[in-house]
Design a protein around this ligand. Sequence first.
Ligand code: SF4
Length: 319
Amino acid sequence: MIMYSRVNSSAATLTKNRTEDSITPASGMCVTCVDGCIGMCEIGKSAYRGHEVIYPQPFGVITTASEKKYPVDYSDFNIMGTAVGAHGIEADSDKALFPSVNLEVKIGHDKKIKFRYPWIIPGIGSTNVAKNNWEGLAIGSALSGTGLTIGENVGGMDMEATITNGKISDTVDLKRRVKLYKDNQRDGYGAIIVQANVEDTRLGVQEYAINKLGVEIVELKWGQGAKNIGGEVKINDLKKAQELHKRGYIVLPNPTDPNVIKAFERGAFKEFERHSRVGMVSEEGFAARVEELRKAGAKYVFRGRCRRRHRNEPMENDE
Ligand code: SF4
C-alpha cells in the first residue's frame, strides 16, 4: 500500500506521536501504542475531544494546507516557452519587450468583462482572515484591473447587518468590501463579484448587492473544492450563535436549547459550530436562479464552487 497522506499527527490538529521516530506508515500510530498514553495523536485526541480534531487550529487566524505528498505535481513539469513569434504583442524585436506585453483578457459573450491580467481571486468569505486583509485584496485587485470575489456568508455573518422580513436590507461589512474595490477601480477594468450559497440566497444577499451596492456580477456556489460541503466557522459568543441560528444557519449545538445554554455558561464547551448547507443544484434550478438574478439586474452570473485548496493552496478556516 502506498500512503500519500500524513496520518495521525499534524500541527494543524495540534497532535503528535509519542514515539515520533517509530511510526507505523499505514495507520500513523506509534509502533508501540501504550496503555495509559494521554493520547496526543489524532486517534487518541479524537477519542475524547472528537469534533475539535476536524478543525485546523488555532481557528480563526490561520490559513491551512494539506500535508499530502502527491506523487506528481506541477513542479514535475517544465513549461517550455515558444522561441518563435510573439503573443500579446507585435512580433518585432524592438517592440516585443517584456514590460510591453498585453495580458488583457475579455470574458463573456456580449457585454464583455475586461481584466488587465488573466486572473481572478476566488471567494474569500466571512472569516476574520478575509476581513482583516480585505483592504490589500480589494485595493490591489481594483488597481490591477482584475477580479475579486466576495465569498459566502459575508452578509449573513455581519452582526451589524439589518434584516427585514428575513431579507438583508443593509450591511456594514459587505458594503465596505464592495466600496473598497469600487473606489479604486479604474477605466472599467476588473470586477467585484458577490458569491452566494444556500443561506445567502435565502437572505437575498445578491439581490441586495445588485440593487443597493451596484454589484453587476454574482456567482452561485455549492460545495467547496476541498471537501464539497459548505463553509464552517466557530462561534465563541452565545448571542452571536443565537442570532445566526435565527438567521437560518445550522448552529451546533442548538444555542436556543436551555440545557445547551447552561452548559455553555458553565464552560462545558467554549465554541459553537456554524455550518453552511450544501447546495443541491439541478440544471433547471440553476437556470431559474440565473433568470431571477438577470431580472434583478445582474450583468453576469458565474457558476462557482470554492476553487482553493487543491494541493497546497491556502485554506482559510473555512470559507
Ligand atoms: S495513543 Fe498510542 S498511537 Fe497515539 S500517541 Fe499515544 S501511544 Fe502513540
